[in-house]
Design a protein around this ligand. Sequence first.
Ligand SMILES: [Zn+2]
Length: 377
Amino acid sequence: MASRLSEAAGRFTILARDGRARRGTLRTAHGEVQTPAFMPVGTHATVKACDPLEVAQAGAEMILANFYHLSLRPGVELIAEMGGLHQFMGWPGSILTDSGGYQLVSLGELVELDDSGVTFRSPYDGDTIQLTPQGVVEGQLKLGSDVIMVLDQPVPFGTSLQLAEIATRRTHLWAEQCRQTDTGSAMLFGIVQGGFELGLRAESAEVIAGLGFDGVALGGLVLGEPPQVRQPAIDACVQHLPEHLPRYVMGLGTDLDLLDSVARGVDLFDCVLPTRLARTGTVLTDRGRLSLRQARFRRDSRQLEPGCECPACSRFSRAYLRHLYVAGEILAHRLLSLHNLWHLSQLMAGARLAIEVGGLQEFIESRRRQLSEGAEV
Ligand SMILES: [Zn+2]
């Protein structure tokens, strides 16, 4: 265990601190990830509408793909045959794969759960599929993932304490089973659960921290709870996690939520928000969201965000991008997605710099002020 701990510590280096926030570097088999970092989501081995090289140019160093979805289609064996996930999808950087625990919540009653794993019916062909904790880790290894997530059981906000306790105990049991597999150069992250009961959260963080993982995710958040419930839940976990491990909050993606969590000591984030919003014609700016569906942008010759160097802002006006969106042109999805990825990437770069100079709180306050001024200009 000791050698594994020192190995984990060697792969994540904290370069600077500001309050509880950390500025670090995570070294994977495919390069370095500067933290705090936002990871674009490529569930089906593609960040929707974006060329992987453009995603890298947007500043992303690690993306997220989903083992559960890829195991259904096209299949883990096929991806392994094609040289692994990096080669298959043409992504040069690091890849974190989620296990599919989150999908257990969204699939609801289509899933049967017990301590040995999960059984469900494939939505594609109706086949019965079983996921075991060990099988999920081995599957992600076959994909060639850089950061492997354990199988876990999140519960949505509003779940009874009794059910949250059952899910949390099962998550711990599965985590122990996942930990038995040697993942070689790939990192293995544990996932804290505990619902929204702070004592259970703290207990879960202690249990997961004691299993010798390379990093710890705070799972089961962004499942319908308000920020005032989420923030103490994050604190309850972080207080019980060791300093030397990277911490990852799954599914968080608004500017202020990201910055708030950075200040609480979280290092990694992922969310579908930037690309999903882009496909509805909504772009992120320092002063809030713009909906290009609005007629006021018809003759707007400005960039989406003044000073942004993304492929959309460097060449095109709001008027043209709105035209593309309204006309249903697929170029709109690509350009707006890239802009939103650049926006979050720049936000995280700003947070990293602020931590280095001890100015994170000022940075957050200035971003909060800009957002409160609104984008109606
Ligand atoms: Zn832009």
